[in-house]
Design a protein around this ligand. Structure first.
Ligand code: RB5
Length: 152
């Protein structure tokens, strides 16, 4: 499995910690940056990571910013993305089992590396449960085109 990961300047250290945990799994890690401390705009990072996921170059993505909020909001604007912002292990597990989340978001200024590592392990090892959740995930994805009608 290939996983694309990216962060803004609010989570560079967390990105390194997450990569170490990902190395425990049989995955190819595609790190799109950032690699220094320069300020960048998290929507650009979300777009780069999610482009890899939606083009099926990567099966999954991990996006990181200071809170995880901005980058998860941005990721969820991209068609085909189901991004879950997680700060606890239970949510990470459920985001795979119930929501089939293909992108995980976390906040480098919110959680420590230890918790983040456990979140990543849970997210990597949990599988989509299907069944009634399949119907609900299909309804989520249908909202991508329905939403345009609410602008008026
Ligand atoms: C950057 O300072 C910060 O706004 C960003 O990392 C994130 O927390 C946004 O949601």
């Amino acid at each position: 499995m290939k996983i694309t990961i990216g962060s803004d300047h609010g989570a560079v250290e967390l990105k390194d910690a997450v990569k170490k945990v990902l190395a425990e799994f049989d995955v190819e890690i595609d790190d799109i940056g950032i690699f220094g401390n320069a300020n960048v705009d998290y929507p650009d990072v979300a777009e780069k990571v999610c482009a890899e996921v939606t083009s099926v170059n990567s099966e999954r993505g991990i996006v990181l910013c200071g809170t995880g909020i901005g980058i998860s909001i941005a990721a969820n604007k991209i068609k085909g993305i189901r991004c879950a912002l997680c700060s606890d292990v239970y949510s990470a597990k459920m985001s795979r089992e119930h929501n089939n989340a293909n992108v995980l978001a976390m906040g480098g200024r919110v959680i420590g590396n230890g918790v983040a590592g456990e979140i990543v392990r849970a997210w990597m090892t949990s599988k989509f449960a299907g069944g009634r959740h399949e119907r609900r995930v299909k309804k989520i994805m249908a909202l991508e085109s329905k939403g345009e009608n609410y602008a008026d």
